[in-house]
Design a protein around this ligand. Structure first.
Ligand SMILES: Nc1ncnc2c1ncn2[C@@H]1O[C@H](COP(=O)(O)OP(=O)(O)OP(=O)(O)O)[C@@H](O)[C@H]1O
Ligand SMILES: [Mg+2]
Length: 482
């Protein structure tokens, strides 16, 4: 265990770190920070929610020369949300040193970006496509860069950004430091590290499984048609403070968020087809708690760091183990507790076993929740609400009315009726979702292996599944799917 105090940080950075409430460095931070300060190239791998952003962010900020008014650091991230989030964390960490990190991504008005770039922010956090765009327009001059970070490199690879990244790396000064963070190391990424990194240090924080122990993992075997009811029951039995529900496709996300909102939940959906302003707005509402349920596709939620997510629901089974790990990693962050429910249709059971094998973790089986349990949950919410109202006070005006009612009825009857009134009535709107096809293992993944997974120690890239309906996209085409 290492304290930030012991890491010889810049006073101004240390002050920011402490103000953010961090005292102990996480294992990846403890290893990465000293190496990067020495000027070494580095490849980092660690579980979700373990503080990778600050691991590269702190030494990146330390290396910035505030006397020089030029852009010195670049972080490339796969999505706009991630670019925003990383920039936000860097701005917090760098505020006492007076460093600006500017997020730059597609969907933002280019004129505004160009104006902001004229301020010469010391750090740019960008999606690869938009960065390339500015390089071509010469509104960003990469010659002054000293350090480059590729965050979620495998995700950038699967989103088709690899050539952009290579172009960018080829145009930035050779005398620079390059850091790469990735959950997996596919061949194509290895070639990038070979061609563009100098003798990189590899920091992989190993853990028993790929998932953190603060997340309770459960699964429910449920036929496709019953998924929506099952989800509603779960939400009523144990209402989440903040939760993310994952759907497989954009259509699924739209339909599901619409359905839930029709029956009274505070919910919105996000996926890649929505306009940027819309996505930003939804995320802000979620972070503020105006809505407490976010329905999302994998890409839209990848790497998202929202504190206080108590529940994750995999409404549809994820395509591969890696995506499972990332999805459930949206809860249980920075040591908090979280629960992840995974819905699995009967014919997907084999797929679920494979996820368990690859992640070396066990999901606890849970039986289907019942209507009676859901009702009990709703009553409990009414009871909690009543208690809270009593605690808050301010109902003196109603004293007379209360006395009158008490003369008329018994106290028990009155309280029960009040509870009944406060109970959210189940809404019997008959809502139907378009059915999603079950995932089925590709023949090659399972035949002849009698279901065991010994030859499959990777992090899930090698166990893709395809849909069982003809003509639908298989697991490899991640971009199209999202
Ligand atoms: N040393 C620390 N002590 C306490 N909290 C921390 C520490 N370092 C980071 N955090 C907080 O932990 C949360 C997760 O950090 P971060 O988003 O960097 O994780 P990550 O490893 O990048 O996860 P992912 O793989 O999901 O992208 C953030 O809210 C961050 O502010
Ligand atoms: Mg991250």
């Amino acid at each position: 265990m290492t304290l930030f105090k012991e890491l010889n940080l810049d006073q101004q950075i240390l002050r920011a770190v402490e103000q953010m409430g961090f005292t102990e460095a996480t294992p990846i931070q403890e290893k990465v920070i000293p190496f990067v300060k020495e000027g070494k190239d580095l490849i980092g791998q660690a579980q979700t929610g373990t503080g990778k952003t600050a691991a590269f962010g702190i030494p990146l900020l330390e290396n910035i020369d505030t006397e020089e008014k030029v852009t010195q650091g670049l972080v490339l991230a796969p999505t706009r949300e991630l670019a925003n989030q990383v920039a936000e964390e860097l701005n917090k960490l760098g505020r006492f040193k007076g460093i600006e990190a500017l997020p730059i991504y597609g969907g933002q008005e280019i004129g505004r970006q160009i104006k902001a770039l004229k301020r010469r922010p010391q750090i740019i956090v960008a999606t690869p496509g938009r960065f390339m765009d500015h390089m071509r327009r010469k509104t960003i001059r990469p010659q002054t860069l000293k350090m480059i970070v590729l965050d979620e490199a495998d995700e950038m690879l699967s989103m088709g950004f690899i050539e952009d990244i290579e172009t960018i790396l080829a145009e930035v000064p050779k005398e620079r430091q390059t850091l790469l963070f990735s959950a997996t190391m596919p061949k194509r990424l290895q070639s990038v590290t070979k061609n563009f990194m100098k003798d990189p240090e590899v920091v992989a924080i190993k853990s028993k499984g790929l998932t953190v122990s603060s997340i309770e993992q459960r699964y429910i075997e449920v036929p496709e048609k019953q998924k929506l009811d099952t989800l509603r029951y779960l939400l009523d039995i144990d209402p989440p403070e903040l939760s993310i529900i994952f759907g497989r496709t954009k259509r699924r996300v739209d339909e599901l968020s619409e359905a839930l909102s029709q029956v009274g939940y505070a919910v919105e959906g996000i996926h890649g087809d929505l306009r940027q302003e819309r996505r930003d707005k939804v995320l802000r509402k979620f972070k503020k708690g105006t809505i407490n349920i976010l329905v999302a596709t994998d890409v839209a939620a990848r790497g998202l760091d929202v504190t206080g997510v108590t529940h994750v629901y995999n409404f549809d089974l994820p395509q591969d183990s890696e995506s499972y790990v990332h999805r459930i990693g949206r809860t249980g962050r920075a040591g908090e507790k979280g629960v992840a429910f995974t819905f699995v249709t009967p014919r997907e059971m084999e797929h679920l076993k494979d996820i368990e094998a690859t992640t070396k973790s066990k999901m606890k089986r849970q039986s289907l929740p019942t209507y009676a349990e859901a009702m009990a949950g709703r009553y409990q919410q009414a009871i909690d609400q009543l208690r809270e109202t009593v605690r808050k006070g301010g109902y003196e005006d109603l004293d007379e009315a209360a006395k009158g009612l008490l003369d008329e009825y018994g106290a028990e009857t009155l309280v029960a009726a009040a509870l009944k009134m406060a109970t959210k009535e189940p809404d019997d709107k008959n809502i139907k979702l378009t059915e999603e096809a079950s995932l089925r293992p590709k023949k090659s993944s399972f035949r002849g292996k009698s279901g065991n997974n010994k030859g499959n120690k990777g992090r899930g890239r090698n166990n893709k599944f395809s849909f069982d309906k003809q003509g639908r996209k298989g697991g490899r085409d991640r971009k199209a799917r999202r």
